[in-house]
Design a protein around this ligand. Structure first.
Ligand SMILES: [Zn+2]
Length: 172
């Protein structure tokens, strides 16, 4: 890595963040702000930044409402090779001057309330019909009750009746 084509180290870091912004499918004003690679822990962490000062109110749709504050949240993402990937973001809440509500804005990579990205949920749903939730949990390194919540949300629970065999803690 000696020859970096004359880029300064800050240019190279910028390039890495831009690369991962694209790899994660993020579009402005969301972008990867920091990439932390910890090989000894087997993980890669992406800090994602919302780079705008306003957002439409999620409650009533009023355009360009001021940001009220930001709440730190994290999501498990698809592995990058053998490394567990995690997204982190301080997600803004808007204080709407129109309806008066303070509401957290939705993030484009995950559904509301989920601890997983949509792509990770898609992988879960792809594995679900082929193996038990317990086995899928081992493959994905996620506790099976958490996977059940994903599967049930997407309405795939009915197909799981056969492979569950009481190994999960499904409540229905
Ligand atoms: Zn509003």
């Amino acid at each position: 890595m000696e020859d970096n084509g004359g880029l300064s180290s800050s240019d190279r870091f910028l390039a890495i963040e831009t690369l991962f912004t694209q790899a994660l499918g993020l579009v402005a004003p969301w972008q990867v702000d920091q990439v932390t690679f910890t090989p000894e822990a087997g993980r890669i962490d992406f800090q994602v930044k919302f780079g705008a000062a306003s957002h439409a109110c999620p409650a009533c749709g009023a355009a360009a409402q001021p940001l009220h504050d930001r709440l730190a949240r994290s999501w498990r993402h698809l592995d990058f090779f053998e490394y567990e990937a995690h997204l982190h973001a301080e997600v803004p809440r808007v204080a709407c001057t129109d309806c008066g509500k303070v509401t957290q804005i939705p993030v484009p990579w995950a559904r509301e309330g989920s601890h997983f990205t949509l792509l990770f949920e898609a992988l879960t749903l792809m594995l679900a019909p082929t193996m038990s939730v317990l086995a899928a949990g081992r493959v994905l390194r996620v506790r099976s009750p958490r996977l059940w919540r994903v599967i049930e949300h997407h309405g795939a629970g009915a197909r799981q009746g056969e492979s569950c065999r009481g190994s999960c803690r499904r409540r229905r």
